[in-house]
Design a binder for this molecule. Structure first.
Ligand code: 1CP
Length: 354
């Protein structure tokens, strides 16, 4: 394991482990990205995967939001699509459309196209970016690694890109259930090794993004989503017991109670969930993260402050990591991100004095 500068702000890690702290930690999903002019400047000269695959550029972009705002964490600049790429699929980033697979997995026969990757060879650039970023952060804040959850990655690999209904991917669950499980198992193995490799390279907390968990009904969730999410957590936890694990299963309301029984330390909520109700369901089984509607950042600053205060009051002062309910959007005003972060600082300290 490389050695790194000592951590000066460990608020995020302590809160994720269930400790009580003097202030609520705050970071934002997609905090590095197109809403920042300094990110757009880099993207003028480099395409998306070039930034991801060049450790110097990935480190620079990861640190940009930390330079600008008083955040309590940095998330490595990468994408969940690096795992399908490691499995042998081609992914292109189409401007205005997001990631696209020119040859998605159309039938179970296509599973023969997948490779059993050598993780270091296929994903070493992410590990190098993490190690480099950890050094360049100089201990300012912890570095978060991440991966897509098996189901969400399957959804993209079968569908071929973003979609409203993911009907091709969901059709597989009914037409080819055994092939779907085979794909999910193979993806799970890669995700587990990838997450453990990120810790060895310098990641101090890990988040698993199941952005399309909400497409399931309770039955398909139990069969095709939950077991793999659960397995990722238990295998990573036994390899890296000290590293907090976060799960973001977007729109999976019905799953909250079950998620609280996994090895994830933190459950990240989207904005459709009520903080108080979520707290009641989860109890002390997990720390909660979230969940301001990203569109609240379009409100004028005074109204935005009230929305942030309301959210903080709903979660209460402890066992909460302030975040958005999903990612920053490309046309967000960076000054409104600042209002969000500053309000968490001010209000969460005040909440502890009353
Ligand atoms: O042109 C650009 O610069 C591309 C925009 C962009 C960015 C900034 C994409 C394309 N990915 C990213 C980086 C990224 N992606 C990060 C790291 C940066 C950070 O958080 O600060 C992370 C954590 C992700 C994760 C990711 N990618 C998820 C899970 C989280 C979520 O938003 O639900 C998903 C679903 C993706 C796929 C993806 N990558 C990019 C887009 C536009 C999409 C969504 C496609 C779609 O479903 O329509």
């Amino acid at each position: 394991m490389p050695t790194f500068p000592p951590l000066k702000n460990d608020l995020l890690l302590r809160t994720a482990r269930g400790e009580t702290t003097d202030r609520t930690p705050v970071w934002m999903m997609r905090q590095a990205g197109r809403y920042l002019p300094e990110y757009r400047a880099i993207r003028e000269d480099h395409d998306f995967f070039e930034v991801v695959e060049t450790p110097e550029l990935a480190a620079e972009v990861t640190i940009q939001p930390v330079e600008r705002f008083p955040l309590d964490g940095a998330i490595i600049f990468s994408d969940i699509m690096v795992v399908p790429e490691a499995l042998g699929l081609t992914v292109e980033m189409v401007s205005g459309q997001g990631p696209t697979f020119p040859e998605p997995l159309a039938t179970p026969d296509d599973l023969d196209r997948l490779v059993d990757p050598n993780i270091d060879a296929a994903l070493g650039h992410v590990f190098d970016a993490l190690t480099r970023t950890r050094h360049e952060l100089e201990g300012r804040v912890p570095l978060i690694g991440f991966a897509g959850a098996p189901w969400t990655l399957m959804a993209y690999m079968v569908e071929g890109g973003g979609s409203k209904s993911y009907r091709h991917a969901r059709a597989w669950l009914y037409r080819h259930p055994e092939a779907a499980k085979d794909l999910l198992r193979r993806t799970t193995d890669v995700v587990v090794d990838y997450l453990i490799g990120q810790v060895e390279a310098g990641a101090q907390m890990l988040q698993v993004f199941d952005s399309w968990a909400g497409l399931h009904g309770p039955d398909t969730f139990r069969t095709f989503c939950y077991p793999y999410l659960d397995e990722v957590a238990s295998r990573v936890k036994s390899a890296c017991p000290e590293v907090p694990l976060v799960v973001f299963a977007k729109n999976a309301h019905y799953a909250l109670d079950a998620l609280a029984d996994t090895d994830y330390d933190v459950i990240s909520l989207d904005w459709s969930m009520d903080p108080e109700a979520a707290r009641e369901t989860v109890g002390d089984r997990a720390v909660l993260q979230g969940n301001l509607d990203p569109c609240a950042l379009y409100a004028p600053p005074d109204a935005l402050r009230r929305h942030v205060q309301h959210m903080l009051a709903g979660f209460g002062p402890h066992h909460h990591i302030a975040n958005l309910g999903h990612g920053m959007l490309p046309d967000h005003d960076p000054e409104h991100a600042r209002v969000f972060v500053d309000t968490v600082h001010e209000q969460s300290e005040q909440m502890r004095t009353v």
